[in-house]
Design a protein around this ligand. Structure first.
Ligand code: NDP
Length: 251
């Protein structure tokens, strides 16, 4: 039976590349986007051209009260397009960044980081858990910034720190259904993230390269490949763990 992955924030960046790489491995894809419907449709077309099924659903992971409706939409899609098959792999990836030092961070900014990175994946996973297959695998995307510290990242990194604790609790509680849960923590990756702050700045790229063992910034495909590896049977005995894909940043 063809495996099925659900990815939040699959329209751009790391989620997009993960969707494309998983499809190349023969996995069908459902992914969410927030506002960029055109980018989402381009990903759908790219996946369909490989012969795999692909569907894009709109979702704002901050809007907890909308998640019951999202679950119903997903359930209907699974019934109609996947013969009631459940989701084998969930990638909790959607998110935005923030650069603000603690003295300049507003309550609204901290709430935004906690809403999108903590409450979002917590309740998204809670709602769709009945639609995840027994023996499935969940990856929660964290960040290298939960391990090392750069000024201006406190609110974002605190939220990602919570993601890593959440992963361990999910791994413990979902183990009764043999669902594994792991954290993937990327280092700095050149995407649209934070307005392209890494991608569009040579200075930021050389700073990152200078503190990275493999001496370059990451690309979306580095994370797509890591996700594909983690959603393979080589990871069957691994749960509750944090894997960092940063090329060895600040070792
Ligand atoms: P991008 O900005 O390239 O893509 C973000 C994705 O998330 C888009 O698909 C976007 O949808 C979606 N999204 C944004 N806001 C919401 C929302 N409120 N609800 C649902 N979906 C939303 O970011 P990246 O791909 O770089 O980042 C993906 C994840 O990786 C994030 O969790 C980020 O924190 C993490 N990360 C990124 C690093 C980096 O350096 N890039 C490093 C470490 C971790 P739409 O296209 O519709 O806007």
């Amino acid at each position: 039976m063809t495996k099925l992955a659900l990815i939040t924030g699959g329209s751009r960046g790391l989620g997009r590349d993960s969707a494309l790489k998983l499809a190349e491995k023969g996995i069908d894809i459902i992914f969410t986007y927030h506002s960029n419907e055109q980018a989402a449709q381009e990903v759908v077309s790219a996946i369909q051209s490989t012969g795999r099924k692909a569907f894009a659903l709109q979702c704002d992971v901050r809007n907890i009260s909308s998640l019951d409706t999202f679950k119903q939409t997903l359930s209907t899609l699974l019934d109609k397009q996947f013969e009631g098959h459940k989701v084998d792999y969930l990638l909790n990836n959607a998110g935005t960044g923030l650069h603000a030092e603690i003295e300049q961070t507003s309550e609204e900014q901290l709430d935004e980081m906690l809403n999108i990175h903590v409450k979002g994946p917590f309740f998204f996973t809670q709602k769709i858990l009945p639609l995840i297959a027994d023996g499935g695998h969940i990856i929660n995307i964290s960040s290298g910034l939960a391990r090392f510290s750069f000024p201006g990242s406190a609110a974002y990194a605190m939220a990602k720190g919570a993601v890593e604790v959440m992963t361990r609790y999910m791994a413990k509680e979902f183990a009764n259904r043999k669902i594994r849960v792991n954290t993937l923590a990327p280092g700095a990756i050149a995407t649209d993230f934070r307005g392209g702050a890494i991608r569009d700045s040579e200075q930021a790229q050389s700073m990152v390269a200078s503190v990275t063992a493999l001496n370059r910034v990451g690309e979306a495909q580095d994370i797509g490949k890591a996700v594909t590896a983690m959603f393979s049977e080589g990871f069957d005995w691994i749960t509750g763990q944090r894997i960092e894909a940063s090329g060895g940043m600040i070792l």
